[in-house]
Ligand binder design. Sequence first.
Ligand SMILES: *Cc1c(COP(=O)(O)O)cnc(C)c1O
Length: 391
Amino acid sequence: MSKELILPKRLLMGPGPSDVHPNVLKSMATPLLGHLDPEFLNIMNETMDLIRYVFETDNKLTVAMSGTGSSGMETVFVNLVEPGDKVIIGVNGLFGQRMVDVAGRAGAEVVQVEAEWGTIIDPKMIEAALKNNGPVKAIAIVHAETSTGAQQPLKEISRLAKEYDALFFVDAVTSLGGISVGVDENEIDAVYSGTQKCISAPPGLSPVSFSNKAVEALNARKTKVQSWYLDLSMIQAYWGKERFYHHTAPISMIYSLHEALRLIKEEGLGTVFERHEQNGRALQAGLEAMGLELAAQEGYRLPMLTSVKIPDNVEDANVRKMLLQRYGIEIGGGLGPLKGKIWRVGLMGYSSQRINVMQFLSALETILTELNADINTGKAVRTAEDFYLKN
Ligand SMILES: *Cc1c(COP(=O)(O)O)cnc(C)c1O
């Protein structure tokens, strides 16, 4: 016989999932409604409105796909790319690479615009790719590259997309609910996110939103969407007035997303952004005071995901193990070329709290001191506190 799950207490400060507010957990224990029950349809409608609120958009086609963030990525490409379409993708980390893979599988002819991991994609390089490649169906970019901690500015690339009549796709999995995505203001045509980063619900849904121009492109397809499950023309008929059964909505997941978004709205999007900004900058100030070096390009560092270089002579996995076993704190390691070189510290959604910043800094300092790492001791916590006092 398996035993009931009794799990250790954790502080989730990795690249996702983040900690979940108790209300959100409670919402998932709410009794099920039928997925076509009028009460549930009402919850779906409210959820769509709340997703529009965090995306800052009036886009009609705004739903939550059943599946994690990657299902949103796949939704964008399979619905808007037809075999042979040319797509420019900015690649400066793991998730840009994943977009290349997904777009290629959807039949796109992919033009990669690469930049060193940790830096941003220079819009001039996108422009050069546009000039060299003739008509392009879409330009895709990752707003918050969770694998590196870099924040990609969107405005200029969006402008280029308009100038060259291409659709503009944005991965907002980590950015949504932490920094402004501004779907309408930035004229993004197709955007997707996930629930387990700054939205702070469990993983399992992917909010997506399509502009009118993207909907026109969807309606103008010559071929059927290759994926039955992710075909938005059918899914919108389920979320829309017709309420055509497509697949059974994951009821409890929708409850959790509804509650997580409701909490964000209650706090206010602007306040939520400020909280992420403040805690992220306090953490970064503390790490630098310890003598550690931040890994992402200066001026483009995300507040909700901080990448920091691992000091010489300490072992990556050992430190993370000590953090987890002694203090219950989870952080992330590096991926790809950054494996063993950086740690990734998340302050996403409900995890973005002053108390977590202080707890982590003091735990890390204790461990690094014990391991005789070359750091400045006794500065990190004070510096972060000073940051809070001044800001
Ligand atoms: C986490 C993440 C994804 C993938 O989301 P999953 O929920 O793991 O499928 C995609 N893009 C970015 C930027 C992410 O951080």
